[in-house]
Design a protein. Structure first.
Lengths: 170, 203
């Protein structure tokens, strides 16, 4: 990493509560909201093709990315309560992680339903355009194939492979 | 003049509310400019940017909102096509709507981020009709010729290939429908709350 890259990365990640050594950011990165965003060591945020969004909604919201996490272009993480991503996990292009569905299915659609934290273990592979909704739990070493939607109904075990919509384990 | 005075009083009392008001005002002006070739209702609000093509006939209702986000929305209406959006519908970022024949969207609909509604896929084209109070969640795709009934919900990432009856939940690729128990009282509340003041609840 050149000095220029280092400086631009630290400027782009200035809104994070803590950034580990060697964290790298390219492209347009949006970090907003009153909550806490923590990045581990050597995290790569590669927004060269589409922006990356890390958004928190309340001062208690937490987004925690572990060491060596790779976040590809177009990924969006929205946290009302907490989203935790374990070490060495890879988040594919245009994947979406959110711990709240933001609208209830029936009733007043603009009322925010209760949140459930999203937890992703270590060494997980999240595919392109995968969606992890409120209460999603992915065990360490698991694979979430491209386009899969994981909700609180399906708990992906360690080294499991989830695919399809609605998601099933393979 | 009276309104200007009221605005200055708001700046003195509540800075945050004044800023929100100002953003909303700029959004309304931006919408007037972007949709200058379209028929638009009152207080249509664009919080960041929308890619607009209005070769055909575009009609937007009152208080339609386009929220800000990572990628701008896209509203394309080609020559001879018709694109209608009802009152108080909300569009999150990255929504893409293309009308080659006709796309009709009802009132109080909600479109999540990256929703695609294209009425022509290169080979086949057929009009799309989306009813009132429909919520289409993040990343869902609506295929040509689909009719979605009032009050339905299309879940995140679904691909809708067949008609969705009113008051149902469509899940999957291809989407299958199950019944959704709708609350008529909640619908009225939604109508009350979907004014521009709620735009800041989710960006």
């Amino acid at each position: 990493m050149t000095l220029l890259e280092e400086l631009s990365s630290s400027w782009k990640l200035r809104r994070c509560a803590s950034v580990g050594p060697g964290a790298r950011a390219t492209g347009l990165i949006w970090i907003h909201g009153p909550g806490v965003v923590q990045l581990g060591a050597r995290v790569v945020l590669d927004a060269s093709r589409a922006p990356i969004q890390l958004k928190t909604f309340t001062p208690e919201s937490r987004i925690i990315l572990g060491d060596d996490v790779v976040v590809e272009s177009g990924t969006s993480i929205e946290a009302v309560l907490s989203v935790e991503v374990g070490a060495r996990t890879r988040l594919g292009c245009f994947s979406k992680l959110m711990d709240n569905n933001f609208h209830p299915l029936t009733g007043n659609r603009l009322e925010r339903p209760p949140s459930a934290p999203v937890l992703i273990g270590e060494d997980v592979e999240i595919g392109v355009r995968a969606i992890l909704l409120a209460g999603a739990h992915v065990g360490s070493g698991a694979t979430v194939r491209a386009g899969t939607v994981i909700t609180r109904r399906l708990r992906v075990p360690e080294r499991g492979i989830a695919q399809g919509l609605p998601a099933v384990l393979r | 003049m009276n309104e200007l005075a009221r605005f200055f009083r708001l700046i003195a009392t509540d800075r945050g509310a004044a800023l929100t008001r100002l953003q909303r005002g700029i959004g309304v002006l931006r919408a007037r400019w972007l949709f200058r070739r379209c028929e638009i209702g009152e207080r249509v609000n664009v919080l960041s940017g929308v890619r607009v093509l209005a070769e055909g006939k575009v009609r937007l209702g009152n208080r339609v909102q386009f929220w800000e986000g990572m990628i701008p929305q896209e509203l394309l209406c080609f020559e001879g096509a018709e694109l209608t959006v009802g009152d108080a519908s909300l569009f999150n970022y990255g929504v893409s709507i293309r009308a080659v024949q006709s796309v009709r969207i009802g009132a109080r609909c909600m479109f999540g981020s990256f929703v695609h509604v294209h009425d022509h896929n290169g080979k086949k084209g057929a009009p799309i009709v989306i009813g009132d109070d429909v919520w289409i969640a993040h990343g869902a795709i609506v295929e040509p010729g689909v009719t979605i009934g009032d009050g339905s919900v299309v879940s995140a990432g679904s691909v809708v290939v067949d008609d969705v009856p009113a008051g149902s939940l469509a899940v999957g690729n291809p989407a299958r429908c199950t019944e959704l128990v709708a609350d008529p009282r909640g619908r009225a509340q939604h109508e009350v709350m979907s004014g521009p003041a709620q735009a800041q609840t989710k960006g």
